[in-house]
Ligand binder design. Sequence first.
Ligand SMILES: [Zn+2]
Length: 289
Amino acid sequence: MTYTGCNLCQADNSSLLFTKDSLKIVKCLECGLIYVNPQPSEEELRTIYKNGYFNGTWQSDYLTEKKLYGPRFRERLKDIDSLKTKGKLLDVGCAVGYFLEAARQDGWEASGVEISSYASEFAKKSGFDVFTGRLEDAGYPDKHFDVVTLWHVLEHMRDPAGCLREIHRILKDSGVLAVELPNIESKRSKKSGENWDQLKPREHLYYFTPGALRRIVEKTGFQVVRVSTLPKGTHIGEKLEHLGWTRMKKWLIRFYPLTQWIKKILLRIKKVAGEDDIILLYALKAKPE
Ligand SMILES: [Zn+2]
């Protein structure tokens, strides 16, 4: 465990919000960033992301559920396409490579970074160039990529500002940064307090509000194009898994177009209801400060 100052403003002035799973979640009294302190060591994190993470309990059928991730990824690619002409895309935390595949189908030259060797080997087998380890250790050349994506990844890192600075270095001028992560300012988070399902301090070391995400991105040299909040996609497969209906889930995958149609309607209802579980941000590489 390592004691750390605030990753956004460097202050060492925080108050305790929650203690969960024997870890302390604190809020910086200077800038409002919420983070786990002290933090698990690099070594402890590596243990968490060993094989079990991608084929363990919460995603036991991750590999068979590929199709269910498709629509969300296609939506994100539509956003990216509106900001950038096709070129080199890097997905940091690419897991087994579903987004890489969606990006390739969309015409991008897609590669990835993944800390879990189990997951990265899987992506490599699908023909993708994937670096196994931390982004900072990959050593990509300066101004190499047109787009870098971080889908539910930044909150897992020990040094999000450092990761964003590295992304700034490897992006071409006016390259696109895309980030999606849980919103700690969401209605659901406020209502659930320490029982919020995204409050999992072993994995999520940082908790962002839309404002804090904007500030850390701007501080590391980006110009924000858009920050929005949106409902968490209904993952029917995951829901059913909780209920233990594995067979039913397989059936739903079989009748994929129907389930997608149902999901779309549910998502629209959630949007109208103002659900705001997720923060989605797009930014462009600007000149460094
Ligand atoms: Zn701070």
